[in-house]
Design a protein around this ligand. Sequence first.
Ligand code: CP
Ligand code: NVA
Length: 302
Amino acid sequence: MPSHLLSFADLSYADIISLLDTASDLKEKRERGKTLDTLKNKSLGMIFEKSSTRTRISFEVAMTELGGHAIYLNYKDIQIGRGESLADTARVMSRYVHGIMGRVYKHETLIELSKYSDVPVINALSDLEHPCQLLADLMTIREYKGKFKGLNFSWVGDGNNVCNSAILACALTGMKMTVACPEGYEPKHEFVQKAKELGGAINIIRDPVKAAKNADILSTDVWVSMGDEEEYDQRLHDFRRYQINSKLLEQAKHDVMVLHCLPAHRGEEITAEVVDGPHSAVFDQAGNRLHTQKALLLKLLS
Ligand code: CP
Ligand code: NVA
């Protein structure tokens, strides 16, 4: 296991399988009401520059249920918000907590924190990636499909942070990835390049119908990510053909599963009938954040 989790590519295939096995075991234990205190007296400092429902709650509950403690730190309330350097913040926090989790605008913020931190730093969403999300997505895919290798994973919509991590996750687990996005919204070249170096099969196309054809997994995310709000009108216009709806679903395999990291904007990137319909796995996916992050915390903080 790496000492930090900043990019999904920090994980090897063996790391992923080990994390998912631990997560499944922890999920089963929780369902049986079995409690753990493996992280007793350990604390996680959670720096948030952006809003969160799932990430904040699942990390906080994960720490509680492992016997530890999580501290929510809105960046405006800590001295970073008044100009204290990331380097000093990381050095000071390392003397108190056993792990630092950050949801930030710029990915470099996490790199800077990890450079000066003596404790593991976890990426809880940056402009480039959302590795914790992809751990939960993989767990959900394994629960529904029982395997990864050879599955067709199709992404329809913005080639954004979640998409970048999905590209790496597909390459590492042997899923064939197709991304259908409008011109100008492609995933970053470095992620496509990295996926190819890892032996991944990845296709960037324009046509969402082509992407949906034979898909085992159809995934999307919001058209307007946090930080992109000024482009709202332009994006709504540019993405209008990239909605996951019943018609698009018909192109996919009969047992296609639909993923969305949430929050969902019904009527924009996905319709209500799909996100609330029989192919949707989005609430299991959100639920699995708790178990995969517990597994991650056990590996990094123990
Ligand atoms: N999917 C996800 O990370 O959700 P939040 O923004 O609510 O944390
Ligand atoms: N792409 C979205 C994901 C939110 C969980 C964003 O960055 O806002």
